[in-house]
Design a binder for this molecule. Structure first.
Ligand code: NAD
Ligand code: WQD
Length: 366
């Protein structure tokens, strides 16, 4: 019998698919909703291959509250939500802000309203380190702890901080209402998970990130250079105050990130903390040049790059202080940067068309 049942929005996406695997392995029943805007339903086959279980799937848009209502009505055992579905390209968010507010904020509102109607009271939310904005304005807060004041510098980040506020207000109000009614307030909980830079793929080589269109993030771009889809990497700025002049980020293996969701959900259910934010990062900073070197070593190639001007909105250093997640959730990133690069390379080499093509049979049989 399942320990609980989880609705995973955006569950066929990159982080959602790995989290679905972690949840199933952790004993949960998983129901996925996703409109497949940036993912493929082939992911469901891969989840089944890895876990032996195929999650239920609903192809729907989270801004369709009536469709969400139907999912909760058809699955009355759902008692938790992990909410990934969102648009996530920082640059694009400044070009089409209303679309970002519609999906990320209005979509989250529809989800919370539907949860309220169906008495579903635990939510784990995909937030982002981007809510901290330029944390270097607080030099004594690097690596960044959760009490660092937030101050997003782009539309995407503002949608995330808005939803953090919405969940906090909603859970607080429900707890107050329950207390006044003489009920236990403890059922209402929210985890705000602030991810740093997700990296890597499944060590099996059958699950990974398959961005539609032009990738935006460093590692998928480096992978394209490695397979010859892109001539070189543009390194955005070598005049930062770091050891080699390039910007510092905290790259966290996708398996560790996925496990963080399982542990956060378990914590909500066991400890009823109300709303709590946790950084999910390694605490280790790597520069862009560190990454070029690490991924080059993983794929055995000399990766071509050229230094270009800084990218608008980029900051010098986003490195997590993960002590709160380490201590409270008992969670710690276990995989190394080398693991992430090796796993990403295995995925890239074996899946040149992402999920649009089957990987070599020996991987599927393994
Ligand atoms: P992803 O694009 O791979 O996954 C998001 C999923 O949501 C996709 O499968 C997409 O089809 C789905 N989706 C988008 N709009 C939808 C809608 N209106 N209705 C239903 N489904 C919809 O992205 P990801 O990297 O897995 O990110 C997951 C979450 O984590 C997002 O909320 C993102 O903002 C957040 N996040 C990502 C990163 C990162 O670098 N990847 C870092 C921090 C936070
Ligand atoms: C990493 C480093 C770039 C591309 C973004 C979002 C953040 C989170 C993760 C969602 C930076 C440099 C990159 C390139 C480069 N996502 N770079 N050349 O910007 O740290 O974080 O993704 O929540 O919110 O902002 O990630 O992978 O784009 O960049 O030199 O072609 O690589 O300048 O220093 P970023 P990234």
């Amino acid at each position: 019998m399942a320990v609980g049942s989880v609705l995973v929005t955006g569950g066929t996406g990159y982080i959602g698919s790995f989290t679905a695997v972690a949840l199933i392995e952790g004993g949960y029943k998983v129901v996925i909703v996703d409109n497949l805007f940036n993912s493929s339903d082939e992911v469901l086959n891969r989840i089944q291959l890895l876990t032996g279980t195929r999650p239920a799937f609903y192809g729907l848009d989270i801004t369709d509250e009536a469709a969400l209502d139907k999912v909760f009505a058809e699955n009355p055992d759902i008692d938790n939500v992990i909410h990934f579905a969102a648009l996530k390209a920082v640059g694009e968010s400044g070009e089409i802000p209303l679309q970002y507010y519609h999906v990320n904020v209005y979509g989250s509102l529809c989800l919370l309203k539907s949860m309220q109607k169906h008495n579903v009271t635990n939510i784990v939310f995909s937030s982002s380190a981007t809510v901290y904005g330029d944390a270097t304005r607080f030099p004594d807060m690097i690596p960044i702890p959760e009490h660092c004041p937030i101050g997003p510098t782009n539309v995407y980040g503002r949608t995330k901080s808005t939803v953090e506020g919405m969940i906090t207000d909603y859970v607080t109000a429900e707890r107050n209402r329950a207390t006044k009614a003489g009920e236990s307030p403890n059922r209402f909980n929210g985890a705000l998970l602030r991810y740093f830079n997700p990296a890597g793929a499944h060590p099996s080589g059958i699950m990974g990130e398959d961005p539609q269109g032009v990738p935006y993030n460093l590692l998928p771009l480096l992978a394209q250079v490695a397979v010859g889809k892109r001539e070189k990497l543009l390194v955005f700025g070598d005049d930062y105050a770091s050891k080699d002049g390039t910007a510092i980020r905290d790259y966290i293996h996708i398996l560790d990130l996925a496990k963080g969701h399982l542990m956060a959900l378990n914590y909500l259910r066991e400890k009823s903390p109300g709303v709590r934010a946790w950084n999910l990062g390694t605490g280790l900073g790597s520069t862009v040049f560190d990454m070029v070197k690490a991924f080059g070593a993983a794929c055995g190639k000399d990766l071509k790059y050229e230094v270009a001007p800084r990218r608008d909105g980029d900051v010098l250093n986003l490195t997590a202080n993960p002590a709160r997640a380490n201590e409270e959730l008992g969670w710690k990133a276990e995989h190394t940067l080398e693991d992430a690069c090796a796993d990403l390379w295995r995925w890239t080499e074996n899946n040149p068309q992402g999920y649009r093509q089957q990987p070599p049979a020996e991987l599927l049989d393994a």
